[in-house]
Design a protein around this ligand. Structure first.
Ligand SMILES: [Zn+2]
Length: 280
């Protein structure tokens, strides 16, 4: 059954420009530009759509249609056939930047789930690499201030004041935990507000200015160990003295679990102190 665009837009608000069309065993799929022609500002986006999106009883799961995925996979395979040779000769970080540039700057569709939006797992799929390999490379691109991440979505790096990541994690957790961790973007919104205020109203325009080179974007391990140990002892002193705090701790955790975690960590720390030449 061919897609009938007019049926889904009786008011004639949208312009549908089909960029590409597939037919998988009689099921039609399109890569289409949707444009609202009744606004004064530009309002358009590319989408992968199929018959399921135009059915009378459109299901909420229409985006999961396997034919759509087949179209995306086909485009991803074509992208690899076209650029895969170059990507293989590149450092993984450069290959990620290349995919990002093509999709975000040159508006090429490479087979990502939502055209124009690149999640880390989209890049892994397009490059045919393991997510496990992608994460450290993405992390490095952030440290080098070449890419930023909105959750798992790749975006341009904007130079501004930021807290070290461990402080950001703590803030996010403190904000979201009572709401049911993780809770959407409550923590990110709070962080964005505070960091923007510092950036705008103080002389701190970069995390390094406030926390020094060695503690940005990550706090140095020896400081984390120092604070971690102090915090553990602080928590223990309060648990020993405050029955209410102890009851709250016992509601969420077991001392035996904490002891087990600490023992595991202790073993690994002990390993760090060994001379690798002497140990087997
Ligand atoms: Zn479908």
């Amino acid at each position: 059954m061919p897609i009938d665009f007019a049926k889904s837009d009786p008011q004639g608000v949208l312009r549908f420009t089909v960029l590409r069309q597939w037919n998988f065993d009689g099921h039609e799929v399109v890569l289409v530009t949707l444009e609202n022609i009744k606004t004064d500002y530009e309002c358009k986006s590319d989408e992968v759509m199929c018959e399921c999106d135009f059915a009378d009883n459109r299901s909420l799961d229409a985006h999961k249609c396997p034919s759509k995925q087949r179209a995306r996979d086909e485009v991803a395979a074509e992208s690899r056939a076209k650029y895969g040779g170059q990507w293989k000769t590149m450092d993984l970080k450069d290959a990620i930047l290349d995919v990002y540039g093509r999709v975000r700057k040159h508006k090429e569709y490479l087979g990502e789930y939502h055209p124009g939006t690149l999640y880390v797992h989209d890049v892994a799929r397009i490059l045919d690499r393991d997510l496990g390999e992608l994460h450290p490379a993405c992390r490095q691109l952030f440290v080098e201030e070449k890419l930023d991440f909105n959750g798992m979505i790749l975006c341009d790096y904007e130079s501004r004041f930021r807290f070290p990541q461990e402080i950001q994690q703590l803030f996010r957790y403190l904000v979201e935990e009572p709401l049911g961790w993780p809770n959407g973007e409550a923590g990110d919104c709070m962080l964005a507000t505070i960091e923007a205020a510092i950036n705008e109203h103080t002389d701190y325009k970069h995390g390094k200015q406030a926390f020094w080179e060695h503690n940005y974007p990550n706090i140095e391990p020896h400081l984390l160990i120092m604070f971690g140990t102090i915090w553990l002892e602080t928590a223990l002193v309060r648990l020993e003295a405050d029955p209410k705090a102890k009851a709250e701790y016992l509601k969420w955790a077991k001392p035996s679990m904490t002891v087990k975690d600490l023992r595991q960590l202790a073993r690994r720390f002990a390993q760090l102190g060994r001379d690798p030449k002497k140990s087997p």
